[in-house]
Design a protein around this ligand. Sequence first.
Ligand SMILES: *Cc1c(COP(=O)(O)O)cnc(C)c1O
Length: 391
Amino acid sequence: MKTERFGEFGGSYVAEPLKKCLAEISQGFEQAFNDAQFKEMHHRLQRDYIGRPSPLYFAEALSKDLGGARVYFKREDLNHTGSHKINNSIGQALLAKYLNKKRVIAETGAGQHGVAMATACALLSLECIVYMGAKDYHRQSSNVQKMNLLGATVIPVTSGSQSLKDSMNEALRDWVNHSESTYYAVGTAAGPTPFPRLVRELQKIIGIEARRQLLERETTLPDQVIACIGGGSNAIGLMHAFYDDKKVELIGVEAAGKGIGSGLSSAAISEGTIGVLHGNRSYYLQDTGGQVREAYSISAGLDYPGVGPEHALLHKTGRAKYVSATDKEALSAFHYLARTEGIIPALEPAHALAYVIKTAPSMRKDQILLMNLCGRGDKDMTIVQEAMDAH
Ligand SMILES: *Cc1c(COP(=O)(O)O)cnc(C)c1O
């Protein structure tokens, strides 16, 4: 097995029994990705089930209104189930099948990864168990309902802070007890080796397509590529294809919640320190005693106290730049996109859009911003309405 690190970040800090499970996935991953039959099936589902390639859209009205750079959106919101998450879920469900596992477990925060995983498992006839923090279980009942409809079992997690962090711990516990039959599908480019690289390999199609589509359209590369950061999977998926294009700036936008320094944010790079959680070394929101602090964002998908190890390295080396946007800025961007382009975005990419809105006006008209519109806003209607009522 390859030992995988991203510089000083990443690794595999797990209890002994899990080492075997992780090694099995590492090996299966290498084999499957070189197996012609696996690749053919994967490609077919990407095309006919997810709907790939997703379009690259020139936001002409928005660009004109901002009066500077030309803004392009990679439309991952148009995928089946409404976000980039399905890219990962289909790939890992296929891998579970390849490894002859009958039972798939997943952790979920607000339920987006849970729904995507339940979808992939329904398609491929796999049993699916989703661990979900009890608080989210009650707050996000429509996602629970969807998972149930898709045939998954949703287990509310009542330990600890009853959040995503605790769901992940609970899923890891289940895995130790059922390692023979069970595949654990991590939802973002974090966790122990091999998950950060496995998830990136399944998401990098976003950047590969977008780079090719933009070259066809504009015959030039973008000046900046921009994506929001929860655990970092949609961002790493977009950025990866541009690593060697040294002139292309890579921008990750974290959730600043109520503001940097307010104690209510999810900005693990902007405000965090280096530590170990969920089996890998990266940046985490921690108090001075090294306790991981609860994350907060209006956007449930960005509400994670850490960031994947590859982003930690991109930050440390300076190859990518990490900025943040507050709840308020994201909400304002959300409304702006709905009005200017007739697109209701998810609150997660609304954070990336907040950066675009700040940045585009001071750029030249021949410059290009490429942003990952990684999800649609249907799931956020109640949250947005509540925020509007509060004002
Ligand atoms: C889950 C989610 C995110 C955050 O996860 P990443 O792994 O950082 O991409 C962002 N956007 C949407 C729409 C999501 O569902």
